[in-house]
Design a protein. Structure first.
Length: 460
């Protein structure tokens, strides 16, 4: 039986690690335009001129990020825009289609009897990446414009150009292998050219995946854009890199998130231990505190006597709050780390029953919500003294999770793991401090047969 169970678990893990299908790319073609829609973005292309016309961020509520103002990959010669004589898709007919591969559009030009080709490739990956190449005779000096956002945020560094849209937090970077940029995002070059474009949110891990050799100058550019990154970004990226390392180790962000949650919970256990120890001391003092409340009706006098009691018993009434306050900013940061990684979650292999860890909603999160509530109730059994406390914890957990039901599956998976570890740490604390708590039977108003912590409960 054990062997069969192990084989079943191994099969589930293997399937969830290797079952992988890239998100689809939809290409809609009309007489004069083409629209390329990936999981992350949507670009419009004017097929008559060969220009990019618009860019929308599909991943973030269809935000309109950019529109062409002469900076939409306009190929020019002698200062004048070139108009293509024809165009074609790679590996597809010139009509609408859907694919899971990259989408490449070729534009063909005639410049004084010499053939020139511009190729735009929309890469189906989580990095908002576009690859542009130009094939031309070496004696032709051409110009090619690249997307700009706010002109006063334009930055050029020879073979790399950057721009920033402060109101929407969108950033654009372009690099070229030949020629130089001017301050307006136009590259001048002779012969062949290969370039890359990133236009999306300010996320260094994605940007550096597109431009691994230009990290220093890109960091300098970002540093000149006010509000481009939060002040704690340097600390957040440590955890982002660690999560990506766990992905490299497991091959699936689902398992990486679970390992991430387990490790973080283990690291924070000493703070939880201090918090639990302080809570138990306060619980033991409750009978004496109640006696003081009956004895002293004057609030000021009662408070003075209560402080004397805390001092004589060596109890710090704030001792349980301080560890919680220390944990809170760390946990908030970790939530942001998971939320930050939504793009890579969208391109993650299937994890168990979830095809996409970047989406949210009741349908995909309901199972995890139920598990979180169950884990919350379970861990409360050891720390509660009456059933109403367990029901209160369950109700608060259900309400809070339902409020955030639209958050990505990856975030719910992290919190489910964290809640599961809470059960384990509560059990460890119960064994160390001989906490009896209450039973499931008591929670549902039934007479308890045994109590947690009793030696006889194992026999039953």
């Amino acid at each position: 039986m054990t062997k069969k169970l192990f084989l079943l678990i191994f099969f589930i893990v293997a399937v969830s690690t290797f079952a992988f299908a890239l998100p689809e790319v939809d290409v809609a073609v009309s007489s004069n335009t083409a629209t390329v829609t990936t999981k992350l973005y949507q670009y419009g292309i004017d097929l008559k001129t060969g220009f990019l016309t618009n860019e929308y961020s599909v991943f973030y509520e269809h935000v309109h990020s950019w529109s062409n103002t002469g900076d939409g990959l306009v190929l020019s010669y002698d200062g004048k825009p070139l108009i293509p004589t024809s165009w074609s898709f790679d590996d597809h007919e010139n009509k609408s289609f859907t694919t899971t591969s990259n989408v490449t559009i070729n534009f063909f030009y005639d410049v004084n009897g010499q053939k020139v080709q511009k190729t735009i490739t929309f890469v189906n990956n989580p990095n908002y990446e576009i690859i542009v190449s130009v094939k031309a005779p070496s004696n032709l000096q051409l110009g090619l414009t690249f997307p700009t956002l706010e002109s006063h945020f334009n930055r050029d560094g020879g073979n790399i150009f950057g721009s920033f849209y402060s109101q929407k937090g969108i950033i654009a970077f372009s690099s070229i292998t030949n020629g130089t940029f001017n301050g307006n995002g136009e590259a001048t070059f002779s012969g062949n050219l290969t370039s890359k474009i990133y236009m999306g949110p300010v996320k260094n891990t994605l940007i550096f995946s597109v431009f691994p050799q230009q990290q220093n100058i890109i960091s300098q550019f970002i540093g000149t854009y006010p509000g481009a990154e939060p002040w704690y970004s340097w600390f957040m990226y440590v955890f982002v890199v660690f999560l990506n390392w766990l992905y490299d180790l497991t091959g699936n962000y689902g398992w990486a998130i679970i390992l991430f949650g387990v490790i973080i919970r283990v690291v924070l256990y000493p703070l939880f231990h201090v918090q639990m120890k302080s809570m138990l001391k306060m619980r033991d003092l409750q009978p004496k505190i109640q006696e003081l409340q009956k004895k002293y009706k004057d609030p000021k006098k009662m408070q003075e006597e209560q402080m004397k009691l805390f001092k004589s018993e060596g109890v710090n009434p704030a001792g349980g709050c301080l560890p919680l306050l220390i944990q809170f900013p760390v946990l908030a940061l970790l939530y942001y780390v998971i939320f930050y990684s939504r793009e890579v979650f969208a391109y993650n292999p299937q994890f168990l029953i979830w095809n996409d860890l970047s989406v949210g909603g009741l349908r995909v999160n309901i199972l995890l919500l139920l598990l979180i509530v169950i884990f919350t109730v379970w861990s409360s059994l050891w720390t509660s003294t009456k059933p109403s406390q367990v029901w209160l914890a369950a109700g608060m957990s259900a309400v809070m999770e339902f409020i955030f039901i639209g958050f990505p599956v990856g975030l719910f998976l992290y919190y489910t793991t964290f809640s599961g570890m809470q059960v384990l740490t509560s059990y460890v604390a119960a064994r160390i401090y001989h906490m009896k708590g209450i039973t499931w039977r008591e929670v549902f108003g039934m007479n308890p047969k045994v109590q947690w912590g009793d030696k006889k409960w194992k026999k039953n």
